[in-house]
Design a protein around this ligand. Structure first.
Ligand SMILES: *Cc1c(COP(=O)(O)O)cnc(C)c1O
Length: 353
């Protein structure tokens, strides 16, 4: 740290992403990336012409991509904001809407407390129930910005639409952010509620279900006035926040729905098979509707299982946080990768580590 840094900012805790090993010899099940490549149309679209066009700035209005996203979600382009990853959308939302404080769960996406601290916002932590479900009562009439992930990370559990409506209607003067990064893997989207509830911002991403984590494209859907607020921040920080190649890739991905539908079907079936196999081995596994499983075993701790798997060439995620210390989060890979995972876990349990 330099002696020039703003002293408050110098004390911020940084978000710690999952490992991204440089040698790539691991089976990588630790950061919830899609196990299949982007759609063929994405690969075709990133050609030499597209690269040559990099001398020009990208479209600051992100018009074509917003139109495609709007068409898919049956809304209008003015209801869509595109960010450099959904992390940027969340970042802007905390900055613009969080003044009265933000309320989120004790076990959820680790970036929420980081954004709250960045903007020095009051934080109210609402502990999940014992079974890791959200108690809607914690959010009803709370008078703060609410941030909920559905499916939640790292549990994979979802919100009920009726509960979201209650939370929205009891907090008419505050924005409710529903983070749907994993919604395409089987959960119910709340996007249709953006038409009737001006305080709802649904946030989603191309990183998980569209195989474009490295492109950094996310989006928010909400009332046109909310979207204008987000654009105000974008246009006062980085008007060209989406680069040309990523925009082209995301556009092509939006045109390839049937490819993604098929791969997602495959992934969901792999998830259910893996979940059953883990349960047969004595694991407690949540009923995740995301592209990962959250699992704990009585005879081996989360950290020990993470390390034993890493020694065997498989990366999963372990969080050394209260309540979830005994768990690992396992991204769903290809069927072949999950077979290797299950075989290795079986050996680890038999050998005691
Ligand atoms: C992965 C993830 C994000 C961030 O995704 P990017 O679009 O890659 O920035 C946001 N929210 C949750 C819950 C996530 O798991």
């Amino acid at each position: 740290m330099s002696r020039f840094i703003n002293s408050r900012l110098g004390q911020l805790e940084e978000y710690v992403p999952g490992e991204q090993p440089r040698d790539m010899q691991y089976i990588k099940l630790n950061t919830n990336e899609f196990p299949y490549p982007p759609a063929p149309a994405v690969l075709e679209r990133i050609n030499t012409d597209e690269v040559a066009a990099l001398r020009l700035y990208s479209d600051p209005t992100v018009r074509t991509l917003r139109e495609k996203i709007a068409a898919h979600y049956q809304t209008s382009p003015e209801n869509v904001f595109v960010g450099n990853g959904s992390d940027e959308v969340l970042n802007f939302a905390f900055l613009v809407f969080g003044t009265d404080g933000v309320r989120f769960a004790d076990i959820t996406y680790g970036f929420y407390p980081v954004f709250a601290a960045l903007y020095d916002l009051p934080v109210a932590i609402a502990p999940l129930r014992q079974d890791f479900t959200v108690d809607p009562a914690d959010y009803i009439g709370c008078g703060q910005m609410v941030v909920l992930a559905s499916p939640n990370a790292p549990t994979g559990l979802c919100l009920q639409k009726a509960d979201v409506i209650k939370i929205l209607e009891s907090n008419p003067d505050h924005v409710v952010v529903i983070d749907e990064a994993y919604v395409d893997f089987g959960a119910e989207s709340m996007v249709d509620l953006t038409k009737t509830h001006e305080n709802l911002l649904v946030v989603s991403t191309f990183s998980k279900s569209r195989a474009l984590a490295g492109a950094r494209v996310g989006f928010g859907i909400g009332d046109a006035a909310l979207i204008r607020d987000l654009n105000r921040i974008k246009n006062t920080t980085n008007p060209y926040n989406i680069n040309r190649l990523s925009m082209a890739a995301a556009e092509a991905a939006m045109d390839s729905q049937s490819y993604y539908d098929e791969k997602i079907r495959e992934l969901k079936s792999t998830r259910e098979h893996t979940k059953e196999s883990l349960r047969e081995m004595g694991f407690f596994v949540t009923d995740s509707l995301a592209n990962f499983l959250f699992a704990a075993h009585e005879t081996i701790g989360g950290q020990a299982l993470y390390e034993a798997l890493k020694n065997r060439g498989i990366l999963v995620r372990h969080f050394s946080a209260p309540r979830i210390d005994g768990f690992v989060r396992i991204t769903i890979g290809t069927p072949q990768q999950m077979e290797i995972l299950l075989r290795q876990i079986k050996e680890i349990l038999e050998n005691g580590g």
